[in-house]
Ligand binder design. Structure first.
Ligand code: LLP
Length: 393
C-alpha cells in the first residue's frame, strides 16, 4: 500500500529537503483498521501525534473525533472541523483560566486531579464531570511515556477516589465518565487488555457512569525484529469484556479510545540530504541537513526509525552513524546502523516519522521548520506546510 520510493524521489526533487512526506492512503487504512477491530467504540485521534490541519481533516472524514491537551489544540481541532461533541480534552497542570476555557468549548473534559475537580465545582463549570484515573498500570516504549503507576504525574489514583467523590458530592457534581491512558506505543496486548479489565472493575464504583474512555497507546513496530501489537486479539477480547460489562450494568454505556501514533506513524517519512562525512576511530559519521529539532525521537528516547538511501541501492553494507546539524553531540538519527554507505547529496528516508515527528519539531538553533507534503490517494503531491505557532495559545 505504501507508495514507495518513486513518489518520495518526486517529493525531494519538487520541494527539496528536509521535508516530511505523508501518505493519505496509509492514514485512511489505519483508521479503517480501527473501525474493523473496535466497531462500537468512539475513536478520538490524539492530535498531539500530528496536528497538521490537512491530516486532521483526513482523519475527521474517516468518522473519527479529536483528543486535545491544550487550548491551542482545541482551537485547531475546531478549525479542522471537529465538532465539540466529538472532541475530548485531558491535561495535567492546568491553570483555572485554561480549565474554564476548555470547559466552555463544549468538549468532554477528563479532570486530571483533585485540584481540577475542586476548581470545576467552585467555579461551577458544569454539573457533570469525567475523571482521568491512574490505576497503577503503565506501559510504553520508554519511561518518559509510561503514564500509569506511581511515577506518573497523570490522573487520579485509585486511593484518591473516595476524596474525589467527596469533592463531587460537596458541589453536587455527577461523575458520568472515567478515562485512563496507560502509556504510548504499547505492543503487549495482555497489558493493554488488563488495563481495560481493571478500568471496567473500577467503573462499578461510579453509579452514574455513561462513558468510559480507555485512552490511546496502540503501538506500531518500528524496528524490523520488533513484534506487532496483536490488534485482532485486542479487538476481540475488548468486545467480550465491554459487552459483559454492559450486560452486568443493565444499561447502555458508551466507550471511547484515543489512539494517536497508530493512525499516523507509518504514513510519514522525513527526507533529508547527506551534506557531510567524517570518521573517528569509533564511528563513520554521515551528516545530514536536519536534526533533532525536526525529529527528536532518537535523541529523546533512543527510538529506532528505519532509514533507507533513496539515491543508492547497491554497495556493501557498513556501520554508519547518521548525525544531524544541531549543535549537540546527541543529535543523531541512528548509531552504527548497517547500511550502504551514503555519499554526499544522497537523499535518506527516515521512515515511520508521521507521529511525534513534526509535532515535536522546534526552531532550536534557529533552523526553519521542515515543509510538509501530502501524497494523495491518486499519488498527487500537495504542500500542506503548517505554522503551528499561529494556533498556540
Ligand atoms: N491520550 C492521552 C491522554 C495521551 O497522553 C496520549 C499520548 C495519547 C492519548 C496518545 O498516545 P498514542 O496512541 O499516540 O501512543 N512523544 C512520544 C509519545 C508521547 C505520547 C504522549 N501521550 C513518542 O514520540 O513516542
Amino acid at each position: 500500500m505504501k507508495k514507495g520510493r518513486e513518489v518520495l524521489h518526486k517529493a525531494a526533487q519538487t520541494y527539496g529537503t528536509p521535508v516530511y512526506v505523508y501518505e493519505q492512503q496509509v492514514i485512511e487504512a489505519q483508521c479503517q483498521k480501527l473501525w474493523r477491530h473496535f466497531p462500537n467504540v468512539a475513536i478520538h485521534y490524539a492530535m498531539k501525534a500530528n496536528s497538521n490541519p490537512e491530516i486532521l481533516r483526513i482523519i475527521r472524514k474517516q468518522g473519527i473525533g479529536a483528543e486535545a491537551v491544550s487550548l491551542g489544540e482545541l482551537a485547531l481541532a475546531k478549525h479542522a472541523g471537529f465538532k465539540a461533541k466529538d472532541t475530548s480534552f485531558t491535561c495535567a497542570s492546568l491553570t483555572e483560566r485554561e480549565l474554564a476555557s476548555a470547559a466552555s468549548s463544549g468538549a468532554r473534559i477528563h479532570l486530571d486531579s483533585l485540584t481540577q475537580i475542586e476548581t470545576w465545582g467552585r467555579k461551577a463549570l458544569g454539573r457533570e464531570v469525567s475523571l482521568r484515573l491512574n490505576q497503577g498500570i503503565g506501559a510504553g516504549h520508554h519511561a518518559h511515556v509510561i503514564t500509569g503507576g506511581p511515577h506518573s504525574k497523570f490522573g487520579i489514583t485509585l486511593e484518591d477516589i473516595p476524596e474525589a467523590l467527596r469533592i463531587t458530592d460537596t458541589y453536587g457534581l455527577r461523575v458520568v465518565g472515567i478515562q485512563q491512558h496507560i502509556g504510548s506505543n504499547v505492543l503487549d496486548a495482555t497489558v493493554f487488555l488488563k488495563s481495560v479489565r481493571v478500568l471496567l472493575q473500577t467503573a462499578k464504583r461510579f453509579p452514574n457512569l455513561t462513558h468510559i474512555d480507555f485512552g490511546g497507546g496502540l503501538g506500531i513496530s518500528y524496528a524490523p525484529e520488533e513484534s506487532q501489537l496483536d490488534l485482532k486479539r485486542v479487538g476481540k477480547e475488548f468486545k467480550i469484556l465491554t459487552s459483559a460489562f454492559k450486560e452486568s450494568m443493565g444499561r447502555d454505556v458508551s466507550f471511547a479510545m484515543e489512539p494517536g501514533r497508530f493512525i499516523v506513524a507509518e504514513s510519514g517519512s522525513l527526507l533529508v540530504s547527506v551534506v557531510d562525512q567524517k570518521k573517528t576511530n569509533k564511528h563513520q559519521f554521515v551528516g545530514v541537513n536536519s536534526g533533532f529539532n525536526q525529529l527528536i525521537r532518537h535523541a529523546m528516547y533512543g527510538s529506532y526509525h528505519p532509514i533507507e538511501n533513496l539515491s543508492r541501492t547497491r554497495g556493501p553494507k557498513t556501520p554508519i552513524t547518521i548525525a544531524g546539524n544541531v549543535c549537540e553531540s546527541g543529535d543523531l538519527f541512528a548509531v552504527d546502523r548497517m547500511m550502504i554507505r551514503p555519499e554526499l547529496d544522497d537523499v535518506l528516508v527516515i521512515r515511520n516519522a508521521g507521529a511525534y515527528g513534526f509535532s515535536m519539531a522546534s526552531n532550536f538553533n534557529m533552523h526553519a521548520l521542515p515543509r510538509e507534503v501530502l501524497v494523495s490517494g491518486a499519488g498527487r503531491l500537495k504542500d500542506i506546510s503548517f505554522v503551528p505557532s499561529e494556533y498556540a495559545l
